[in-house]
Design a protein around this ligand. Structure first.
Ligand code: DX5
Ligand code: ZN
Length: 218
């Protein structure tokens, strides 16, 4: 991967000051927005109205990570609203191709996310329908958890496929990315690094973003 991308996750931001928090992350590539429905994951965050407001509040492209059931029904509206990338979970649907097509038809990039315990193999053949593969490196639901290095095997596999020219896909990693873990993820072949607590827990979030990017490049 050429230029490492950093996507701060507003899950770790102050939800009462979202506009200011969204714009406190300097030249971040994407702003990662975690949508949780208290069914697919045991936590509840925010939904479409908040994403619509965020889209008006910042110029940074919005990367929606939908940790929800029934993405066939709920994912396309995020694309219609203007999100840059809309990612849903492979475990939440029987027809990921149909959901990806609907997201793309509505004008967004389509992403497929895999929980740490979900194998990549069954999905390799459908990844041509996607723009992004989001590899979860913690169990989805909460920020501030510890990075699971074993998921990097999935990153290495997909990176080999991309480098051989068999696929065009952005590889994103989410969970536990910080100064101690970003280098091993970069080495495995990640393009885009989600970081919640490492960015919003820092005294200077914009500085934290540039430091992470420099580390990913090293
Ligand atoms: C967890 C979310 C992550 C979370 C990452 O389910 O998908 O995006 O915000 O937070 P950190 O970077 O603190 O692990
Ligand atoms: Zn996320």
């Amino acid at each position: 991967p050429a230029q490492p991308m950093i996507a701060p996750s507003i899950l770790s931001a102050d939800f009462a000051n979202l506009a200011a928090e969204a714009n406190s992350v300097g030249d971040s590539d994407w702003l990662h927005v975690d949508v949780m429905d208290a069914h697919f994951v045991p936590n509840l965050t925010l939904g479409l109205p908040v994403v619509q407001s965020l889209l008006k509040a910042t110029e940074i492209p919005i990367d929606c990570h939908l940790m929800i059931e029934d993405p066939a029904r709920w994912a396309p509206p995020y694309a219609e609203a203007g999100a840059h990338n809309v990612t849903f979970h492979a475990e939440a649907t029987d027809d990921p191709i149909a959901v990806a097509k609907d997201i793309r038809a509505a004008g967004a990039k389509a992403g497929l996310s895999l929980k740490p315990g979900t194998d990549l193999e069954p999905y390799l053949e459908i990844l041509a329908e996607f723009d992004t593969l989001l590899v979860m490196s913690v169990e989805p639901g909460f920020g501030g958890q510890s990075f699971m290095p074993e998921v990097l095997e999935k990153v290495r596999t997909i990176r080999r496929r991309i480098d051989s020219g068999a696929l065009r896909l952005l590889v994103e990693i989410d969970g536990g990315i910080n100064a101690d873990t970003i280098e091993q993820a970069a080495e495995a072949g990640v393009d885009c690094f989600v970081a919640g607590s490492a960015v919003y827990g820092a005294a200077d979030p914009a500085l934290a973003v540039s430091k992470l990017r420099a580390q990913a490049l090293a």
